[in-house]
Design a protein around this ligand. Structure first.
Ligand SMILES: Cc1cc2nc3c(=O)[nH]c(=O)nc-3n(C[C@H](O)[C@H](O)[C@H](O)COP(=O)(O)O)c2cc1C
Length: 329
């Protein structure tokens, strides 16, 4: 039975990306379907109050499940069925044919977010390929012009994010800066994945612990000035969704986002999302004006390029050979 066989593959599906690596998805195995839902404990109510990144992450997970199942020859398809109160987005169901996709489990396994240096950005062929992926979902991919304005917007977005105590506390909760702690190997954002040296990790830990005292003294400004991802190369891309995308549509667009990242990966490129540019209303508006698109349609912004060195692999709660997988009640 393909559903039972799918359970064995679940750890591979957990390689899907999620904002802050919270891995919010949960699977419920039923007789005729596997319901995909989420655990509110693994959402980001301060940093992602509308749930946009939650739904993009859930969509990325669904797409990953379909790819992994298809690569194993399992015949599963997807029936969207979004229900906020039941915390579910839909069901993986038995189908006549395996899901049709150019991607393989190896792509899912190897893809990583890369926050380091890039030698170059996507060429015209890759840009056309990712734009095509988005257009098939009713959206588009736009290059954000690399001007000084973009740098100023990124600093403004970082300052706004760090200035909000709830967002800073949430970030602190998901930061994994101490390799001795067990959570370091299960979820969240590790110092290695963030590309922080030991002293930088220690400095960040101290700064965030002293946040209430240091905030009025300009800590947000200091933290924002402390990093300049644009100086590490690449091209910044904006993923533009169809107008008036509803919550179920955002999950579907998470599937588009996953296909976009895997298309980049297949071309030897990696993505480094800069979601703060979308989270902060003023910078999202400014990017909309730069691209001449309605700001509400911009669902994701990411730096893209060819990594100089491989990125570290991020942690997952469920690994291959795990004795149990998590389900939702
Ligand atoms: C919707 C979404 C938004 C994200 N936003 C950011 C971001 O703003 N900054 C960042 O560094 N990483 C961002 N990420 C990347 C996640 O932190 C990353 O996927 C997670 O840590 C797991 O690592 P992996 O992608 O290497 O598997 C985002 C991922 C998703 C799916």
């Amino acid at each position: 039975m393909d559903l039972a066989a799918f359970r064995e593959l679940e750890p591979l599906c957990w390689r899907a990306p999620s904002a802050h690596n919270t891995q919010p998805w949960r699977l419920r195995y039923e007789r005729w379907a596997v319901t995909v839902g989420w655990d509110p404990a693994d959402t980001l109510p301060a940093g992602d109050p509308t749930g946009r990144d939650l739904r993009l992450s859930l969509g990325a997970f669904v797409e990953t499940c379909l790819i992994v199942a298809a690569d194993a020859g399992l015949r599963l398809d997807w029936a969207a069925d979004h229900d906020e109160s039941d915390h579910r987005v839909g069901r993986l169901r038995p189908a006549r044919q395996p899901y049709r996709t150019p991607f393989r489990t190896g792509d899912v396994w190897d893809r990583r977010t890369h926050r380091g240096r890039f030698t170059g950005g996507p060429d015209a062929g890759v840009l056309a390929a990712v734009d095509d992926v988005a257009r098939r979902g009713g959206g588009a991919v736009h290059v954000v012009p690399a001007t000084g304005r973009l740098g100023a917007l990124l600093r403004a977005a970082d300052r706004a994010v760090y200035a909000d105590p709830a967002v800073a506390a949430e970030l602190r909760r998901w930061l994994r800066l101490d390799p001795a702690r067990p959570e370091y190997r299960t979820d969240g954002l590790s110092d290695r994945c963030l590309g922080l040296s030991r002293p930088a990790a220690a400095g960040l830990r101290t700064a965030l612990a002293a946040y209430p005292v240091l905030r009025p003294l300009g800590l947000p400004r200091l933290l924002a000035a402390g990093d300049d991802p644009l100086a590490r190369g690449g091209t910044v891309l904006a993923l533009v969704a169809p107008p008036d995308l509803d919550t179920a549509g955002q999950v579907e667009f998470g599937r588009v986002l996953m296909r976009m990242w895997l298309t980049l990966h297949a071309a030897g490129l990696a993505a480094h999302p800069l979601s703060q540019l979308v989270d902060v209303g003023a910078t999202r508006d400014a990017i909309g004006a730069l691209l001449d698109v309605a700001p509400g349609r911009i669902v994701h912004v990411t730096r893209v390029g060819q990594p100089v060195t491989p990125a570290p692999r991020s942690a997952r709660r469920v690994e291959r050979g795990s004795p149990s997988v998590r389900t939702f009640a």
